[in-house]
Design a protein around this ligand. Structure first.
Ligand code: NAP
Length: 296
């Protein structure tokens, strides 16, 4: 626990993650764009940085958990960013889900200052962050990975070095194709079954242990049945991930028929005002097309 940790971005994921590090005995300094969200952590014993640069100056390992590529660029490479405060020999870990290209560019910029970078996006949802059971997909060099492993072990269970800088984000984007397929399949199946007149509560119990089940069916399915569209993983973030997947696939010339269609459905949900709902709200698009509500 000798490494001092800086944590930037205290949203749905960053708040419980930084708390685990604090509870594990690390000295943690936090910063959040909206300062009020940092207060519970500071009251629990974290230091409060004045800016990302200030957090970096007071830390050996700096974690970012923000939103999109431009947000990570902002907190790392722009005015008052991490790069201004980070000391030679420190390490930056970006755990947001962003573009592998942006991540590699930031790793090169930081390396010019003698700062190592890992991309370490996570999967396992807000429950994974709360229970410290995240799967962590790491891109970067082995020595920095091993240095940061004790930090990762306080946040997750399945921690894998998948390749060099950027590989963590590529692995995470591929995971988000799995999520898109699951979520759209669940929404489509539920609307189909409801329209056919089935009792969806009975249907769910009948299929939840069958060949079509998934983590998404068992965790998000009941929320849909109960009309709970509160956010664990916000629509705007899944829409962002699907956009990043399209950009990356475009460069490689890889066709993605399902992920492309699901992006359009999430855009429809955005235009329905659903951007801040949980991603299980995808069912609302199917419901509006079929004129039926997939509830119990
Ligand atoms: P969130 O609740 O929306 O939190 C985002 C955090 O980033 C907030 O603290 C926000 O600050 C900060 N932020 C955003 N843009 C910023 C900027 N330009 N400058 C400074 N701070 C900025 O999101 P989340 O659910 O915690 O997700 C964070 C990241 O993890 C995303 O990349 C997401 O795709 C990924 N992720 C999420 C989940 C999930 O289940 N939620 C799972 C895996 C991965 P403010 O408080 O000021 O808005």
């Amino acid at each position: 626990m000798n490494e001092r940790i800086g944590f930037i971005g205290l949203g749905i994921m960053g708040t419980p993650m930084s708390r685990h590090l604090l509870n594990a005995g690390f000295q943690v300094t936090v910063w959040n764009r909206t300062p009020a969200r940092a207060r519970p952590l500071v009251e629990a014993g974290a230091g409060q940085g004045k800016s990302p640069a200030d957090v970096a100056a007071r830390s050996d390992i700096i974690i970012t958990m923000v939103g999109d590529s431009s947000d990570v660029e902002e907190v790392i490479a722009r005015k008052n960013g991490v790069i201004e405060g980070a000391k030679r020999g420190s390490a930056v870990i970006d755990m947001s889900t962003i573009s592998p290209v942006t991540s590699r560019m930031l790793a090169l910029k930081l390396a010019e200052k003698g700062v190592q970078m890992l991309d370490a996006p996570v999967t396992g949802g807000s429950a994974g962050a709360q229970n410290a059971t995240l799967s962590i997909l790491v891109g970067g060099d082995k020595a920095t990975y091993e240095r940061c492993l004790p930090v990762f072990q306080k946040l997750g269970k399945n921690i894998t070095l998948v390749g060099p800088n950027g590989a963590g984000h590529t692995a995470k984007l591929a995971n988000q194709i799995l999520v898109a397929g699951c979520m759209s399949g669940i929404a489509e199946a539920m609307v189909f079954a409801k329209k056919a007149g089935l009792d969806l509560g009975v249907w769910f119990e009948a299929v939840k242990n069958g060949a079509g089940t998934s983590w998404h069916l068992t965790t998000q399915g009941p929320k849909v049945l109960d009309g709970d569209f509160s956010a664990g993983y916000m629509v705007k973030h899944h829409r962002k991930d699907l956009r990043l997947i399209q950009e990356t696939a475009h460069e490689m010339g890889v066709p993605l028929p399902v992920a492309s269609a699901v992006l359009q459905l999430y855009r429809a949900l955005q235009s329905m005002g659903g951007d801040e709902l949980g991603h299980q709200a995808l069912v609302k698009v199917y419901e509006s097309l079929a004129r039926v509500e997939a509830r119990r």
